[in-house]
Design a protein around this ligand. Structure first.
Ligand code: ADP
Length: 494
């Protein structure tokens, strides 16, 4: 009997392998960081070779730590940093250049051109996305237009494009699997999220040959097996999903109206909107959820650029914290922020403001303001940013959010979670297993392989660590939110 599920989480700064048992418990894990490459300001790359090195190493390490072999793995799930673009030669398997990472701004100017050329509406209607350098399409075009010999190889039908999932599956299967899933495809800006097909009009707009693109499958699907030369025995890959959609699945937010927020460097708020693709009037994007085929499931997504990163800033730049964890104890030393607001708009404000000229600010300082007030106000600033996103999401979806599933590094902060629950006036629920991203891919793989029979089995396993219930008065909440809105106005570019 194969008793374990392997989840491979290929993130932006590290790759992690986690082995889960039938009770959704972690048996062993291994993680490795890899270098970030910054060829010039605003550009970010990853070496595909480095990434494959970490994939093979962490999988091997996790198996050794668990004391099992690949033949004990019932199925494997893959989750990954989204949008990052790999292009390689189908004949040799060699990448034509480094992967262009989602954060890379090299195609920002071209995206501005797309907007001024009036293409935003067409792109939004087909893909649910606003034209931005994050998404893969303009990165692929950049490679074909700028890497020597790439266009000729593409014209000869030799090149393959993929996000990290596709590249890893192609390599691990020695070229047998050339596929991606709906969630990853929906972040390329080439995939029509309504017809579930690569969009010919967009392919011709970006001048990308259709034969470069992988087949698109549901997230829960039997993709094929890894080549036995890697781990000793073949492992069946039965789940693939982009990191945020995987976390939504890992939180078991599977019904219409279910919402999760991840508090990492930035914050990612995702709402399951069932089989309806909800259009946003508030600057959110519409994307596909992880599912098992049948009717597609949709998600509304909003993000905050600076979330936990404001805590890093307090620690590394202001040097008023020695660790991120210390922020909780400091915040609790004062009974409120004393009228201080920190607006973490370091790189502008995202949804619902979309003001790239806004900049961060500390407001409301008096002679009595101390370090604890500023630390507390910075944590509260994260919660207010998430409040703004939640408001936008409620307006777009017409659904009142009453429960927020939380995860990510900063969700460990009990003060922040309590303040979030208070300011949203809804409960915040933190699961026992914080690795929800890896868990989502494991669930997808395990359900597809029949390792877990159904969702009820998973729901029984899903233990809650803590529920934060709101207890702030309506009056206080209103006053605090008024203050926040005033503070945001002060930071606006115009
Ligand atoms: P990512 O996946 O984006 O690298 P993580 O989920 O690992 O992020 O979370 C790291 C972020 O969370 C950092 O920005 C860090 O400052 C913040 N963080 C970690 N622990 C705490 C804490 N106890 N309180 C507040 N912020 C925290």
């Amino acid at each position: 009997m194969k008793q374990y599920i392997l989840s491979l989480d290929q993130g932006t700064t590290s790759t992690r392998a986690i082995i889960f048992d039938k009770n959704s418990q972690i048996i062993a894990s291994a993680a490795r960081e890899f270098p970030q490459i910054y060829p010039q300001p605003g550009w970010v790359e990853h070496s595909p070779k480095d990434i494959m090195g970490t994939v093979v190493a962490v999988t091997g390490e996790a198996l050794v730590r668990a004391g099992i072999s690949a033949s004990d793995i019932a199925a494997m799930g893959v989750t990954n940093q989204r949008e990052t673009t790999f292009v390689w030669d189908k004949k040799t398997g060699k990448p034509v250049c480094n992967a262009i990472v989602w954060q890379c701004r090299r195609t920002a100017e071209y995206c501005e051109y797309l907007k001024t050329a009036g293409l935003s509406q067409t792109i939004y209607q087909k893909t649910g996305l606003v034209p931005d350098a994050y998404f893969s399409a303009t990165k692929i075009k950049w490679i074909l237009d700028n890497v020597e010999g790439a266009r000729t190889l593409a014209d000869a039908g030799r090149l393959a494009f993929g996000t990290a999932d596709t590249f890893i599956l192609w390599q691990l299967s020695r070229g047998k699997i050339f596929a991606t899933d709906y969630t990853n495809a929906s972040r390329t800006m080439l995939f029509n999220i309504h017809t579930l097909k690569w969009d010919e009009e967009l392919l011709s707009l970006f001048d990308i040959p259709a034969d470069m693109l992988p087949e698109v499958k549901p997230s829960g699907h039997n993709y094929g097996c890894t080549d036995e030369s890697f781990f000793g025995s073949p492992i069946a890959v039965c789940g693939v999903a982009g990191d945020q959609q995987s976390a939504l699945f890992g939180q078991l937010c599977l019904d219409e109206g279910d919402v999760k927020n991840t508090y990492g460097t930035g914050c990612f708020l995702l709402m399951n909107t069932g089989d309806k693709a909800v259009k946003s009037s508030n600057g959110l994007i519409t994307t596909l959820a992880a599912s098992f085929g049948g009717k597609p499931q949709y998600v509304l997504e909003g993000s905050v650029f600076v979330g936990g990163a404001v805590v890093q800033w307090l620690r590394d730049e202001l040097k008023i914290l020695t660790s991120a964890e210390e922020s909780e104890k400091e915040a609790l030393k004062v009974k409120n922020s004393g009228g201080v607001y920190v607006v973490p708009a370091f790189t502008g404000l995202g949804a619902p403001y979309w003001d790239s000229d806004a900049r961060g600010a500390i407001l409301g300082i008096t002679r009595g303001t101390n370090r604890s007030h500023i630390i507390r106000a910075a944590l509260e600033g994260i919660a207010y940013e998430v409040y703004d996103l939640v408001e936008a999401m409620q307006k777009d979806s017409g659904i009142k959010i009453t429960r927020l599933a939380v995860d990510g590094g900063a969700s460990k902060n009990n003060f922040l979670m309590q303040f979030q629950a208070d300011i949203l006036n809804c409960s915040a629920v933190r699961p026992k297993i914080p690795e929800t991203t890896a868990l989502g891919a494991a669930y997808l793989a395990g359900l597809t392989a029949g390792f877990w029979k159904n969702l009820n089995e998973l729901k029984k396993n899903a233990a809650v660590d803590r529920v934060f219930t709101p207890y702030m008065s309506e009056k206080t909440r209103g006053e605090l939110l008024n203050g926040w809105q005033k503070a945001v106005r002060h930071t606006r570019g115009s």
